[in-house]
Design a protein around this ligand. Structure first.
Ligand code: PBG
Length: 373
């Protein structure tokens, strides 16, 4: 006979009472702020689809980090936009790469801020995939020949073929851009990629990264990275693996921010199918066996069930990445006056924590920290 004895509304009568019985207390202590570091000096270029998020040159990134630390945010994660891209992602593991230079500068100028390095190759590969691409498959060559023939035919009819994005996209010819896109046409080579990832992780640790965060989704990468770190004297540098990373449409704005969209195909052969919760648990389990110290679920809000399940099953620190698309949607709705911006931002972060994440990577970190202060 609960009612009228039980009246849950008794504890909701005032903010004093509500705050007293609150189960989840949002604070910036678990926030990680993502930064996109680019070449140059004094560069602060806003990302079109992410208002309030910028490509920052190293000096500007340092300034940003000072502010981040002052706001009580403990950590930043660094992504890099290299001067040049190639087929071996040299910029990712270059000891003097953009991210490595930024890490050194931030370590020196803003001591005490936890530096997280995103270990992936897509930003540094001319084709935008997270691993080495093998295009020797006949499907690719055949489609490539067809594309070449198509361009020749257009030219023979007097049409001018503009070689779109030859520089930014790193594509050699226009034919690259109409190259085939089916999985049989090319392969993202797993094991050869591990070597590059391991080199990237070691170069980041050398540059002063406190936490190594692999986001590529190759099989065995945590083990490869752990072994390489240990072999180079970095046995105390922890790995936070993007263990359950889904092939998500919510990464769209990030790919603009980091100039890392694949030029053909998609990431479905390495990132996970959004439909699979059990497989996510298996991915996490494997990463822990390989030596991950912390795990991540990504994206966050559409995957709260995955966060909850991971929290229930595994006793390691759990992170969630509130990704670019989640940020962009809330921003866009707010800019249109369709939602209460601050309220929705805080609610989204609170709910990610309630689901079980104690660490949240979020583009809202600075704004939320100001509101929570
Ligand atoms: C690199 C990487 C991506 C994100 C983090 N690391 C992009 C991707 O996998 O395409 C996405 C972050 C975001 O959307 O905010 N692989």
């Amino acid at each position: 006979m609960p009612y009228p004895t039980d009246r849950p509304r008794r504890l909701r009568r005032s903010e004093a009472l509500r705050s007293f019985v609150r189960e989840t207390r949002l604070s910036p202590e678990g926030f990680v702020y993502p930064l996109f570091v680019c070449p140059g000096e004094g560069v602060r270029k806003e990302v079109r689809s992410m208002p309030g998020v910028y490509n920052l040159s190293v000096d500007e990134a340092v300034t940003e980090c000072r502010e981040v630390k002052a706001l009580g945010i403990p950590s930043v994660i660094l992504f890099g936009l290299p001067e040049e891209k190639d087929e071996m992602a040299s910029g990712a593991w270059d000891r003097n790469g953009i991210v490595q230079r930024a890490a050194r500068a931030i370590k020196r100028e803003v001591p005490g801020l936890l530096l997280m390095g995103d270990v992936c190759l897509c930003e540094y590969m001319s084709h935008g995939h997270c691993g080495i691409v093998d295009t020797s498959g006949s499907g690719y060559s055949k489609a490539r020949q067809e594309a070449d023939a198509f361009v020749r035919e257009l030219e023979s009819r007097g049409k001018r073929v503009i070689k779109v994005g030859t520089q930014a996209a790193g594509a050699a010819t226009a034919t690259e851009l109409i190259a085939p896109a089916t999985a049989e046409d090319y392969e993202i080579v797993n094991d050869a990629t591990l070597e590059l990832l391991a080199k990237t992780a070691v170069s980041q640790a050398e540059a002063g990264m406190d936490i190594i965060a692999p986001s590529d989704m190759m099989d065995g990468r945590v083990q490869a990275i752990r072994t390489a770190l240990d072999g180079s004297g970095f046995e105390n540098v922890p790995v936070l693996s993007y263990a359950a990373k889904f092939a998500s449409g919510f990464y769209g704005p990030f790919r603009e921010a980091a100039d890392s969209a694949p030029h053909f195909g998609d990431r479905r052969s390495y990132q996970m199918d959004p439909a699979n919760l059990r497989e996510a648990m298996r991915e996490i389990e494997l990463d822990l066996e390989e030596g991950a110290d912390m795990i991540m679920v990504k994206p966050a809000m559409p995957y709260l069930d995955v966060i909850r399940e991971a929290r229930t099953r595994y006793d390691v620190p759990l992170a969630a990445y509130q990704v670019s698309g989640e940020y962009a949607m809330i921003k866009a709705a707010a800019l249109n006056g369709w939602i209460d911006y601050q309220r929705v931002m805080i609610e989204s972060l609170l709910c990610i924590q309630r689901a079980g994440a104690s660490i949240t990577l979020t583009y809202f970190a600075k704004e939320a920290a100001k509101l929570l202060a």
